[in-house]
Design a protein around this ligand. Structure first.
Ligand code: SAM
Ligand code: SF4
Length: 262
């Protein structure tokens, strides 16, 4: 929970720390559980935690609520609804509040988008990661390119605002391949895109592979060229960077990103 001293924005971040599988590049606080998760116990804990922070932040107005992960699109929409009702009981909510949920683009999760909207979510960000089959498989993702595209389309038809994430500067990636993939992404995007250069984090499978010389990462010059190409293509498409990895049409910037990165 962060209050941005520079502009008075106030937001609440809700973390769901579970995933169906662990991606080899990911060092987020995300865990795979093979036994069922006691979602109700978690819900009670979120409710208690919200009460605790509400007592410390009286009189605030909430401009951003963000469900991040892990994979919050594995949460029961009813859990999301109760958390949002609890937030509304403790604080006033801005009329133009952004309530975002991070989702993985599998068909199962896309099937829940309507229920999330009914629960109060008004924006989703989808972890597409790549629009090409081979890199997607190497990134250990559980969705296909077709499933990801379908999920983006479903999200765009249900929510007024949505975004998707891609990872670039991947092993073996060339400038021309990225130009082609990013141009395709820019045709699909409605107002916002997150474009992250792959970072190799200690404790991940990619870290060990790189240490063993088995992960042919782009060198610094190619990474720089990939970054510059990203800036050029996004700007030409009217989606300039407003933060290091986030691009939006004017007015479509994510309030969550503005709040936390400031
Ligand atoms: C909290 S994570 C993931 C949300 C969701 N579980 C998913 O995977 O789609 C948010 C985003 O961070 C990016 N990311 C995670 N690890 C990364 C890494 N090592 N390098 C670059 N981007 C990364 C991915 O694009 C991911 O979608
Ligand atoms: S990238 Fe997303 S799905 Fe993969 S382990 Fe990290 S949080 Fe989970």
């Amino acid at each position: 929970m962060i209050s941005d001293r520079s502009n008075g924005l106030f937001g609440i971040y809700v973390h769901w720390p579970f995933c169906a599988a662990k991606c080899p590049y990911c060092d987020f606080n995300s865990h795979v559980r093979h036994n069922p998760i006691d979602e109700n116990a978690f819900l009670q804990a979120y409710v208690r935690e919200l009460g605790h922070f509400a007592a410390l932040t009286p009189g605030k107005t909430v401009q951003s609520i963000f469900f991040g992960g892990g994979t919050p699109s594995l949460m029961d929409p009813r859990t999301v609804e109760v958390i949002l009702d609890t937030i509304a009981k403790h604080w006033s909510i801005a009329s133009d509040v952004e309530i975002n949920l991070e989702a993985n683009p599998t068909s199962v999760e896309a099937g829940r988008f309507k229920a999330y909207k009914n629960a109060g979510i008004n924006r989703v960000s989808l972890g597409v990661q790549s629009l090409r089959a081979e890199p997607l498989a190497k990134l250990g993702r559980m969705h296909s390119v077709a499933e990801a595209k379908l999920a983006v389309g479903i999200a765009q038809s249900i929510f007024e605002r949505s975004s998707f994430d891609l990872i670039y500067a991947r092993p073996h990636q060339t400038l021309e391949e990225w130009r082609d993939e990013l141009n395709e992404a820019l045709m699909m995007a409605v107002g916002h895109l997150s474009l992250y250069q792959l970072t190799i984090e200690q404790g991940t499978r990619y870290y060990d592979l790189r240490a063993a010389g088995k992960l042919p990462m782009p060198d610094a010059d190619l990474s720089a060229d990939l970054y510059l190409l990203t800036q050029e293509l996004t700007a030409a498409a009217g989606m300039r960077a407003y933060e290091i990895s986030n691009h939006a049409r004017s007015g479509e910037e994510s309030r969550h990103n503005l709040l936390y990165w400031r």
